[in-house]
Design a protein around this ligand. Structure first.
Ligand SMILES: [Cu+2]
Length: 418
């Protein structure tokens, strides 16, 4: 297709171009930024005249809008031209007289609601100082709110009840409301009303009993991810056990054989159930700790990216929790990924020394500053807190951590104090 110049509107952020296959028509394209999480993609078919039709074309929002538009307005034959124009419009600056009042922010990528996906459109160039100030103000407000208070805290240690030498833990799965970020409350499913569920922590060689009570509207089960258990305790419905029906209970019992950073989570309809919050840490302290494991602070960081957006321990920035240490202390961080995407976690300022993968000691500890955490993986690292200051600590897939509205999602900080 030959290059057809785009025509910038004198009054707004619209652009239009003639459709070469239909000389008497053209498509008018317009992006409009509305609220923080809403952008409109407006397309109007117009005759080839100086008087555009009213904006009675199809008004579309968010995902799938182009496809829906093409299907619903019978311009499929123009698809190539329309899409080519779309791509161009999203990356070009529009020149028009109202630019300073109404910038053409192209925010129509699949991640425009920050709920998932990694293919968000690049923000348009920031055109003028007033808009730069607005963007900076949003970023500053997010940083100043950190760490923002929200209701609920996950990952709290679960104290067992002793039955002889057996440590008994009870986990009740039920629907809850969970505040992932200030003012953002989601329908969720949690163990003991927490996301992540309460932390189970035992010693290698312990006998444990886990009683699952199902108060969900659907069947469930628990899988002990990374633990070497007898086959019938593996928690997979129709392979090792029947599903645990709504209202029913189920008891798991085994001796803990292997040490390390492990997890527990639903293994039934798990895309939904783990995404809704049915997950937690299962830490096993070794009988004989290695010298390299010595730490002053032991921190579990569970990553998730499903139904509640990008979260660290069930919260998105600025409601995430900073790790606070004194200079000279050693911090052990246990990364666990309960999501469906890889997250390269990047610490500013100091290296991380990797000591374990999936609970198993590394032959030789090794250093990095960015560590890929794939779904299901656990990585244990040690940070020697040698550098004073507040150090950003975030996923380096940038659409998981920052937008033109500021930082969100998988962002926290390591704060090293004197
Ligand atoms: Cu990420």
């Amino acid at each position: 297709m030959s290059e057809i110049p785009l025509h910038g509107c004198k009054r707004c952020s619209a652009r239009s171009r003639f459709i070469p296959d239909i000389p008497d028509a053209r498509v008018r394209l317009e992006y409009r930024q509305l609220e923080k999480d809403q952008a409109l993609y407006l397309t109007t078919i117009m005759p080839s005249s100086n008087t555009p039709l009213d904006d009675t074309g199809t008004l579309l929002t968010k995902r799938g809008s182009r496809r829906t538009f093409l299907r619903n307005t019978a311009v499929t034959a123009l698809a190539g031209g329309v899409l080519a124009a779309c791509k161009r419009a999203s990356h070009e600056e529009v020149e028009h007289e109202a630019l300073s009042q109404k910038p053409p922010v192209a925010k129509v990528g699949p991640d425009s609601d920050h709920s998932g996906g990694t293919m968000a459109a690049h923000p348009a160039a920031v055109p003028q100082q007033s808009d730069a100030d607005k963007m900076d103000a949003m970023h500053e407000a997010g940083i100043k709110a950190f760490p923002a208070k929200t209701a609920g805290k996950g990952n709290q240690p679960l104290v067992p009840v002793m039955d002889g030498k057996t440590k008994v833990f009870t986990l009740t799965a039920r629907p809850i409301q969970w505040e992932t970020a200030p003012g953002t409350v989601a329908n969720a499913w949690g163990y003991n009303d927490q996301i992540p569920g309460p932390m189970i922590r035992v010693k290698q060689g312990d006998r444990v009993r886990i009683i699952l009570k199902n108060e969900l509207p659907e069947s469930t089960s628990i899988h002990f991810h990374g633990l070497m258990v007898p086959n019938e305790q593996d928690g997979v419905p129709f392979i090792t056990q029947p599903p645990v029906k709504p209202g029913a209970s189920y008891t798991y019992e085994f001796t803990v054989r292997n040490a390390g950073s492990n997890m527990y989570h639903s293994h039934h309809n798990s895309t939904k159930q783990v995404g809704m919050g049915l997950l937690g840490a299962f830490i096993v302290d070794p009988k004989t700790p290695r010298a390299v494991e010595r730490a002053d602070i032991d921190y579990v960081m569970i990553l998730n990216d499903s139904l509640h957006g990008y979260t660290l321990n069930g919260k998105g920035f600025p409601a995430t929790e900073p790790i606070v240490a004194k200079r000279g202390q050693r911090v052990r961080i246990r990364f666990m990924n309960e999501g469906i995407m890889i997250h390269p976690m990047h610490l500013h300022g100091m290296p991380m020394t990797v000591i374990s993968k999936d609970g198993w000691p590394q032959p030789v500890p090794w250093k990095c500053d960015t560590l890929n955490i794939a779904p299901g993986e656990r990585w244990d690292v040690i940070v020697d807190c040698t550098e004073l200051g507040t150090w950003a600590f975030h996923c380096h897939i940038l659409p998981h951590a920052e937008s033109e509205h500021g930082m969100f999602g998988m962002v926290t900080a390591l704060i090293v104090k004197a």
